[in-house]
Design a protein around this ligand. Structure first.
Ligand SMILES: C[S@@+](CC[C@H](N)C(=O)[O-])C[C@H]1O[C@@H](n2cnc3c(N)ncnc32)[C@H](O)[C@@H]1O
Length: 265
């Protein structure tokens, strides 16, 4: 890995800087199941008008802005990476929801909110990257109102990954990233005090991945593609990262799944 990680001493040890820096430059972040999974997660969490929603690890803010546009909600997005927060603010401006969204740089392990603040707290593909998953779950539960919902979408293995996959994941996402079994995710939710837990584990489908285009539209896709070309032309470390990411072991796509994990406080 290049010296990119050394440039960002404000990020936690093991933070997959190359991966997220690349995504932030392009202005797109992702999670398993794309937009289809987001809609299902929001339904499972009972998101409705008038609520205050927290999107932890909001990335480029696609979900944050979608909720604010679709529901009459106030949505707060936090991300540990300031470049992501900048992208998320741009997205909110673009879709005209800046007045109903708020973005902050914050660590999921130490959320800058009072207890019992939010009706629903979401983490889409965030907890897997945390070096302290139990604490991350305790924090999201702490800031959620009693009776409110916590909804996760996280990478999931239903069978033990091969050593080749473990190596690839380490190379791509760094040493603390771990995609757990459904049982292990459920234990984390239960350990943080959530009840009535609902689990939906699904495979990675092309149609779901393509659904991620819906909330950004064709313009968003063209913008992201153009940015990717510029980044790859200009940035040597981005080219090296892209090179590393192309050698995806075939078994990853067939054995890697994602899970929606929802619990009530
Ligand atoms: C895979 S991206 C997903 C982004 C967004 N939720 C989405 O689905 O498009 C993971 C995001 O989590 C953020 N993240 C990772 N660790 C975090 C932490 N400890 N606290 C807050 N954000 C974190 C990363 O910076 C990145 O933007």
């Amino acid at each position: 890995m290049e010296d990119t990680e050394a440039r960002r001493t404000d990020l936690p040890p093991g933070y997959p800087y190359d991966y997220f820096h690349f995504q932030s430059q392009i202005g797109l972040t992702k999670h398993g199941g794309g937009f289809n999974a987001t809609k299902d997660l929001l339904a499972l969490c009972g998101v409705r008008d008038g609520q205050h929603i927290l999107d932890v690890g909001c990335g480029a803010g696609i979900t944050t802005s979608y909720i604010a546009r679709e529901y009459d909600c106030h949505v707060t997005g936090v991300d540990i990476f300031d470049e992501m927060v900048a992208r998320a603010r741009e997205q909110a401006e673009r879709v005209g929801v800046a007045d109903r969204t708020e973005f902050r740089v914050a660590d999921a392990l130490d959320l800058p909110f009072d207890d019992d603040t939010f009706d629903v707290t979401l983490c889409e593909s965030v907890t897997a990257f945390s070096g302290d998953k139990p604490r991350s779950l305790r924090e999201v539960v702490r800031v959620t109102k009693p009776g409110g919902y916590v909804g996760l979408n996280e990478g999931t293995f239903t069978e033990a990954p091969t050593p080749e996959l473990v190596k690839y994941i380490g190379r791509m996402f760094g040493p603390v990233t771990e995609f757990l079994s459904p049982d292990a995710w459920v234990r984390l939710l239960e350990g943080a005090g959530l009840q009535d837990i609902v689990v939906q584990v699904r495979g990675l489908e092309v149609g779901d991945a393509l659904s991620a285009i819906k909330p950004v539209g064709c313009r968003g896709l063209v913008r992201a593609s153009a940015r990717m070309v510029v980044v790859l032309l200009r940035d040597r470390s981005a080219r090296q990262f892209a090179g590393r990411s192309t050698s995806v072991p075939a078994r990853l796509l067939s054995t890697m799944k994602f899970g929606l994990y929802v619990g009530r406080k």
